[in-house]
Design a protein around this ligand. Sequence first.
Ligand code: TXA
Ligand code: MG
Length: 307
Amino acid sequence: MHQKTIDEAKKRLFEGLLVIFPTETVYGIGANAKNENAVRLIYDVKKRPYNNPLICHFPNIKEIEKNFVLKEKDYELAKTFWPGPLTLILEKKKESNITTLLSNNKNLVGCRIPNNKIALDLLTKLDFPIAAPSANIATKTSITSINDLDNQLKNIFYIDGGSSVLGLESTVIQTTNLGCKILRLGSLTIEEIKNKFNDYKIETIESKLSPGNQFKHYSPNKAIRINVKNVFDNESLLNFGKNKLNSNIHNLNLSINGNLIEASYNFYHFLNILDKSMCDGIAVAPIPNDGLGKTINDRLKRAAYED
Ligand code: TXA
Ligand code: MG
């Protein structure tokens, strides 16, 4: 990566402008987290409602400690999984000047240290955290490659860091006295947390799909049908593993060998390709509901949700 590009990104962020940058999960669209007007630009370009809070990205725990209170279990998770696909909901200190616009005027804020060289290079050069949601229009799919960037976001300065190595967003977690609550499933699986902390009580807030409780999200433009047993003539197929499913329009297999890590890596890019194929809808094969499969199924359920 050219130092010039990182320097240009840094300059823009200082000026209150937006920058699209790579992380190990998905691409982010970032702004100076201490600049209210810059953060407002994110909500505007994404058409995101202000009551949906943004994640703050930091280069290291020390910078987080300047702005937030970390409890015992926050430190345990942070030291084990950062840098990485973990977002911790932390209480902001009174003296912090991170804008309240990014957290719906609350003082609980999602914080994360991404495990991506370009993102970390950029973050260490700044004297403010980067507020960044995924680099997509609200309700649409996240992107893991600059080629998949929505036309409406193409005039924003971006750093092309190749394909995101994980492919699914971070896991959003709030710690409790006894363990933690998973607020959004993500690239860090419940199994990985249990492996390290077998004494933790882990609660999951299951995605509520009843009308009014949950917006449509993570969704392509075409209609999506999940757990299919057959494919209609007008559908493309997002397949998984070895089976007899077939589309006459376009077939893509997330992982022929049934590997969920590979499937996560391919997930958003393949959805994007199928979305652009000459189909009326996308049929999706059943995906095992454990580990990363749970996260993929969560995204698919929300994408398929009809309001
Ligand atoms: O991997 C990721 O998390 C990517 C990269 C760019 O870091 N970011 C991302 O951001 O996916 P976004 O805004 O698309 O999703 C953030 C999720 C949303 O579901 C949001 O509601 C939740 O995190 N969230 C953020 N702050 C929160 C808070 N203070 N309390 C509860 N949920 C929060
Ligand atoms: Mg998002």
